[in-house]
Design a binder for this molecule. Structure first.
Ligand code: PLP
Length: 421
């Protein structure tokens, strides 16, 4: 599944017409291909996905749904959206799919709109413990419009405490329970969440923005059999275009569709929907299963390597594509570590760890992920080396140039598809 470089239908035209913007695109190409990309939520999408994204479907207005549009001339784009819906339903064994959400945040907004009224109570994971902004943060619509009760992870295991979730659910009687996270390295027990939701008569919403790709490839168990509604993004481990989607039961199909359009969004991005369909087909191919298994094996190798360098993995390890690293033992903050890695050509992000004593802008941790480097063809041996390079970059900032040279050597062999054009 190694992809070839692709820049759109006619990059030379852009270079002639708008050299200033063409140069920005080239600079980003150089940045992304010249270093190690360890941001857990990113990936290198395929040229076929890029071709669909750069297509004339971007020109078409198509408010509504296939066969029920508010514009003429939608008979062709209807076929694109039907294909995307059918492929998503088949890939995830879901009763219903809505492929119109522009992003993961939009998918969550629509899912809440389908299930909740302003002021209703929902139970979700706290942002400082790995939850997402849209799970009830006060700076987000979700925290302002709903009465949010948050659960976290235990201090000792740094994993979700299902007894705490159950106690909170029994005490607060939420209408929706949200499971899923943005910085949680372990598997989530969807069956346990289902049991708790049933006990209190709540809807179960699984936000698997991060892990949907791993579920598509079968590397981790799917949330679909357990949740009433599943929200996801298409641009992370799934390797599709930037975008979102919602899967749900047949019972909730009409409510979810009405919540996406007309409640939350206007016209769908038909080029993005076509690109999502391409990505769903790619994820259904047998090679994709191997890719997702390698993503997880690589995350474990990276985690072990960092642990051997004295950088403690939160919860003791990972079952997924990402690891959360506690830097306190080496007395470097997340912000400083992020900066030192950047100076050595390694892109990753600082991240709060559970019960973090530092503010969110500084943090005591790092989040690292392996979807990008796995797409580049790296395996556990290389990830062991990546761990060493991350540790060197953080511990010995004076040697940044030397680390960068080794990084350049690695990406020269394991090129992202963007490395040439
Ligand atoms: N939900 C979770 C769990 C996420 O991790 C993210 C993004 O990282 C989102 C929602 C939001 O996705 P987007 O950035 O596409 O809005």
């Amino acid at each position: 599944m190694r992809a070839e470089p692709f820049f759109g239908p006619d990059f030379t035209l852009l270079q002639r017409q708008d050299p200033e913007m063409a140069q920005i695109l080239l600079d980003e190409l150089e940045r992304a291909s010249g270093g190690l990309q360890l941001i857990a939520s990113e990936n290198f999408t395929s040229p076929a996905v890029m071709a669909a994204l750069g297509s004339t479907l971007t020109n078409k207005y198509a408010e509504g749904y296939p066969g029920r549009r508010y514009y003429g001339g939608c008979e062709v784009v209807d076929r694109a959206e039907r294909l995307a819906i059918d492929r998503a339903r088949r890939l995830f064994a879901a009763e219903h799919a809505n492929v119109q959400p522009h992003s993961g945040a939009s998918a969550n907004l629509a899912a809440y709109a389908a299930l909740l009224q302003p002021g209703d109570t929902m139970l979700a994971m706290a942002l400082p413990h790995g939850g997402h902004l849209t799970h009830g943060s006060k700076v987000n619509f979700s925290g302002r419009w709903f009465d949010v009760v948050s659960y976290g992870v235990r201090r000792d295991t740094e994993q979700i405490d299902y007894d705490e979730v159950r106690d909170l659910a029994l005490r607060n009687q939420p209408k929706v329970i949200v499971c899923g996270a943005t910085a949680y390295p372990r598997l989530i027990d969807f069956s346990a969440f289902r049991g708790i939701a049933d006990e209190v008569g709540a809807w179960l919403l699984a936000d698997v923005a991060h892990t949907i790709g791993l579920m598509a490839g079968g590397a981790i168990p799917s949330a679909v059999p357990y949740a009433d509604v599943v929200t996801f993004t298409t641009h992370k481990a799934l390797r599709g275009p930037r975008g979102g989607g919602i899967l749900c039961t047949a019972e909730l199909a009409a409510r979810v569709d009405r919540a996406v359009f007309p409640f939350v969004q206007g016209g769908p991005l038909m080029h993005a929907i076509a690109a999502k369909a391409v990505a769903f087909a790619e994820a259904a191919a047998p090679e994709f299963a191997g890719y997702t298994q390698r993503v997880v094996a690589n995350a474990k190798a990276l985690c072990d390597s960092l642990a051997a360098e004295g950088m403690r993995p939160v919860s003791g390890g990972t079952d997924s594509h990402l690891a959360l690293i506690d830097l306190r033992a080496i007395e470097v903050t997340g912000a400083e570590a992020e900066k030192r890695c950047a100076a050595a050509g390694i892109t990753l992000n600082r991240n709060a760890i559970p019960y973090d004593p530092e503010p969110a802008s500084i943090t005591s941790g790092l989040r690292v992920g392996t979807p990008c480097v796995t797409t580049q063809g790296m395996g556990p041996e290389q990830l062991k080396e990546v761990g060493t390079l991350v540790a060197q970059a953080i511990r010995y900032p004076e040697n940044a140039a030397e680390v960068q040279e080794r990084v350049s050597g690695m990406v020269a062999i394991h090129k992202p598809y963007l490395s040439e054009y």
